[in-house]
Design a protein around this ligand. Sequence first.
Ligand SMILES: Cc1cc2nc3c(=O)[nH]c(=O)nc-3n(C[C@H](O)[C@H](O)[C@H](O)COP(=O)(O)OP(=O)(O)OC[C@H]3O[C@@H](n4cnc5c(N)ncnc54)[C@H](O)[C@@H]3O)c2cc1C
Length: 496
Amino acid sequence: MSRYDVIIVGAGNAALCAAISAKEQGSRVLVLEKGPSEKRGGNSFFTDGAIRVGYGNFDAMRNFIELDEETTNKIDMPEYSPQDFYDDIMRVSKNQSKPELIQQLVTQSLPTIEWMKSHGVEFELNFANQSFEKEGRIQFWGGLPIKTVDKGIGLMRSLFNRCEELGIDVWYEAAASKILTENNGVTGIEVKTKEGTKTIDCQNVVLACGSFEADKKKRVEALGEEWGAALVRGTEFNTGDGIDMAALVGAQKFGQYDGCHAIGTDANAPRVGDFQKPGDIFKKHSYPYTVMVNVDGYRFVDEGADFRNYTYAKYGKEVLKQPKNMAYQVFDAKVRPIVREEYNLDEATVFEAATLEELALKIDIQKEQFLQTIEEYNAAVQDGEFNPSVKDGKGTTGITLPKSNWAQTISEGPFYAYPITCGITFAFGGIATTPNGEVLHKNGEKIQGLFAAGEMIGGIFYENYPGGSGLMSGSVFGKLAGKSAAIHATHAQAVK
Ligand SMILES: Cc1cc2nc3c(=O)[nH]c(=O)nc-3n(C[C@H](O)[C@H](O)[C@H](O)COP(=O)(O)OP(=O)(O)OC[C@H]3O[C@@H](n4cnc5c(N)ncnc54)[C@H](O)[C@@H]3O)c2cc1C
């Protein structure tokens, strides 16, 4: 008899939510993690902890976020319903996301947060990155006010602690390499460990081992040649093993294989996520309040098209397309005080000068075109009140590439230039599942005993991504897949 009812592959957020959920149902659970214990937690460990929830109204958050009365009274919190969350995903994916999956994600988001809280995960409001103060009021914007305490580090610490409390076994340096099946049902899994390859009998496997962004060859094949030059923001271990293993047993590949989440990140960030430097400290996300220029001196996107939460994940690709795969974000003295905290870290690469001419000499840019671009942009900026808490409509007119919101002249020294390049977060392609995480065969039937969660599920994200959805997706589908696997295990035993 097998020692385990359910085996979870991976030890990121989706995997550990699946493990805890299966354990709650009474299953004996084993977690297999490819990395060593000091590199555990996957991409989830690297995150800012921002998590998108259809919370409804401010009152509903009080069940899982503690706030004192004085602060509460100062907060203006826009309502954000599951339907708003649904609409945001559908809008940014141009209606390509699979409706049943998104429906499940948005309706389960709030109950799943409450469930995580019951297992020791702590949440707080993201004052630093998702609100601005105006006339004594703290105004939130962009549907993403919630984060985990101590970012992804805190999230993963809480989940690992809970697994330990519940007696869930975790094997490190144990890379799942093959799913064993008989008659369209899982019978076991092969694992590469330091002692050699082992076979573990088990009829229920949850694949939660991420996407393939850390495998350069696969990245280039799926996304295009230029993606060889992208930095990998997170774990080195997400090399598409889960997708390969699932496909070998007939699973249907699904979702946008030529799409990914990628951002503008510090040009000097590590080539692949450094577990000694988590916390998402290299991103540079205050571009909506300024302009970005390439080394030829030209702008290349509407920096103010929407709130950062709805553009950052698609603008990395635009940075990658620029000469030398890089660009500069240019700020002047009036905007510098409101930029996000990552700009103030020691890790931030910055060039500073008293004038734009001097700045141009310090950076790698075509000076005359750069100065002309800024001059034309400044002339195109329209009057109006700058307000970063709303889409203020303060845009430009008369330039070919407009800026739709938050346009202010770049005119007060000192001036700052932050060099950025493209950092890939994860790829959108995955495998097909039901809304309960059951993996579908190419023939449309369920593969008995095989489940998936997190970045492995295809069909959720296309083209773009509303910030904070990756963690929520991992939590929702992790919890569901773990429960589905446990129920399947119980059912199989009852049948025996
Ligand atoms: C720098 C950064 C910042 C981010 N910030 C946010 C944010 O603030 N909010 C948000 O919602 N999303 C954020 N994301 C995206 C988010 O991390 C992911 O969408 C989400 O965490 C994915 O969870 P997961 O459990 O599917 O994968 P992961 O957390 O990546 O876990 C996968 C695990 O599987 C393991 N593994 C791989 N192959 C095998 C194998 N063969 N056998 C065993 N184990 C294996 C890996 O080692 C890893 O531990 C960020 C990502 C990065 C990189």
